[in-house]
Design a protein around this ligand. Structure first.
Ligand SMILES: Nc1ncnc2c1ncn2[C@@H]1O[C@H](COP(=O)(O)OP(=O)(O)OP(=O)(O)O)[C@@H](O)[C@H]1O
Ligand SMILES: [Mg+2]
Length: 509
């Protein structure tokens, strides 16, 4: 039966989008009602972002129709989609850091004659209306990720988006910010707008969304499911086509081996002179997983960067018998320290280089014949990695820029554990991955620990930390403020420590 066109806010029908060697959308369908929050679900590479880019005018579909409120559209550019009332908040924010919130919101869409303060008042009023707490005068660089996201949403609302696309919006948010976002989307839906919400976190989908459409391999396998009728198990089954193990249980190492990594009084000072890592001391034994919990922005990233040698620091870092305190990143790597950074692209992988070149980036020096890269050997090496870590790619020689998040992460983690490290630092290694991707990466981390590697796991996912860590430390404002035995603690105890409450108590007593 064909649904009547009237009454739907968005109708994407039979959308096809092909890239060289990959079909991202294969006749995809998505129907979204006005006044609802609609989840788009699917594994990494299922075609979610591509479909949204079609709706937002970034891509022209090879085939298929796009209708908004019953009217067929043909977008030649994002500006056309915006004019038709479609707003998209991409995963990487597109704000000008040195502009204020107001300037970013109205950029390119400001009325000609209006005083700055009047504009600020209007932006504040709009923010208020949808519960988007923000200060219109602050500059964007000062804002947290959650606040930046609200600015992106405000930008879309300012242009009167009737359809708002949020592509994995909670991946960069703290649990509290994610809950706030749930309230914001509900307020927008109550105003008659449609929100398309992409997420891999099924609990969020059940909490925030009204309906769900599930994509698999570019096809719509289920459309307009009522979320209230679904449980997480059923959704996961639709996404991957089979029941999968959602979470792994760690058999903890009873006694860790010899100390492999020893960090003493590590300090990192940022460009504003703040101690973003402030006297951090810990050690990790062979085969041990040390978890670090914390709300984003409490020093986890500079800690990881400093250990990898990418950021200057004081204090001491020892790996086995080697003092790495002032060693270069390459030397640290040669001494067995591998790093899976939070920023997959840029720090971890080079977007314009091919899969093959990225795969060998860490080893080309040892594989080289003199100054030349041994092409044959490097291709073999790359093929081997791609196969062992199940990276889905079109071919080894195209740039990695087009790979989906999950495939990028498999490639990166695979490369980093391939050199048989003694220490593995993994920062947010499963962020943004689907159920199977998460399971695959977690399995690799545990295998590494079983093989005797000292693993430092930095994550914002408490369940992941509790499941995988032997010991769990909490970082707040650059300091380690608490340590837990994952078997003896609860989510809420750790959560309280993450807010710094423990630290504050100690400071006042
Ligand atoms: N610009 C591009 N060039 C080449 N291939 C692309 C491009 N964009 C996407 N692809 C490929 O199309 C497929 C679908 O990708 P898409 O980004 O839409 O997936 P996704 O469902 O958003 O995945 P994820 O959950 O990992 O973000 C993937 O195989 C991806 O590698
Ligand atoms: Mg995507």
């Amino acid at each position: 039966m064909v649904a009547p066109a009237q009454g739907l806010a968005v109708e994407l029908d039979n959308i096809w989008k092909r890239f060289p060697g990959v079909i991202a959308n294969a006749g995809t369908r998505l129907h979204v009602k006005p006044g609802s929050v609609h989840a788009v679900l699917g594994e990494n590479g299922a075609g979610k972002t591509t479909l949204m880019n079609v709706l937002a005018g970034v891509y022209r579909p090879d085939e298929g129709t796009v209708r908004l409120h019953g009217v067929e559209q043909s977008f030649a550019a994002p500006a056309d989609a915006i004019a038709a009332g479609v707003g998209m908040v991409h995963q990487e924010f597109r704000l000008v850091p040195t502009f204020s919130v107001t300037e970013n919101v109205v950029l390119g869409a400001a009325p000609r004659v209006l005083a700055r303060s009047a504009l600020e008042d209007q932006v504040a009023a709009l923010a208020e209306r949808f519960g988007l707490a923000t200060d219109p005068r602050r500059e964007v660089w000062q804002l947290s990720m959650g606040e930046r996201q609200r600015v992106e949403i405000l930008k879309a609302l300012w242009r009167d988006a009737r359809v708002l696309i949020l592509d994995e919006p909670t991946a960069v948010l703290t649990p509290v910010e994610a809950e706030e976002l749930g309230r914001i989307t509900a307020a927008m839906a109550a105003d008659g707008r449609s929100i398309i919400f992409i997420s891999h976190k099924l609990d969020e989908v059940t909490a925030f969304c009204d309906e769900a459409t599930v994509l698999r391999g570019g096809e719509t396998v289920a459309g307009n499911l009522a979320v209230s009728d679904l449980d997480a198990g059923r959704l996961a089954e639709l996404m991957v086509g089979e029941a999968t193990e959602v979470s792994q249980r760690r058999v903890r190492t009873s006694t860790p081996g010899d100390t492999v990594l020893k960090v003493d009084n590590l300090q990192v000072v940022d460009i504003h002179g703040r101690n973003v890592v402030d006297g951090v001391t810990f050690s990790i034994g062979s085969g041990e997983v040390l978890g670090i919990a914390g709300i984003a922005g409490n020093g986890q990233r500079p800690l990881a960067d400093a250990l990898a040698g990418l950021t200057g620091s004081s204090g001491s870092v020892q790996s086995g018998t080697h003092d790495l305190s002032s060693a270069s990143p390459n030397e640290r790597h040669r001494r067995g320290l591998s790093y899976v950074p939070e920023d997959r692209i840029g720090v971890g992988l080079a977007p314009r280089l091919s899969v093959a070149d990225n795969a060998i980036m860490r080893t080309y020096r040892t594989d080289a014949k003199g100054l030349l890269i041994d092409q044959e050997k490097s291709i073999e090496h790359a093929e081997d990695l791609v196969e062992r870590f199940n990276v889905k790619i079109a071919d080894l020689h195209s740039p990695i820029a087009g790979l989906s998040g999950g495939n990028l992460q498999r490639l990166l983690v695979g490369r980093e554990v391939d050199g048989e490290p003694t220490v593995l630092i993994a920062a947010q290694p499963t962020r943004g991955l689907d159920v199977q991707g998460v399971a695959a990466i977690q399995r690799v981390l545990l295998e590494q620990a079983e093989a005797g590697v000292a693993v430092l796991l930095i994550s914002e996912d408490l369940d992941e930390l509790l499941a995988l860590s032997d010991r769990l430390m909490v970082m707040h404002e650059g300091k380690i403020v608490a340590e837990f035995d994952p078997d003896e603690t609860t989510r809420s105890d750790v959560g309280v420590a993450m807010t710094g409450a423990v630290h504050a108590e100690e400071a006042t007593s």
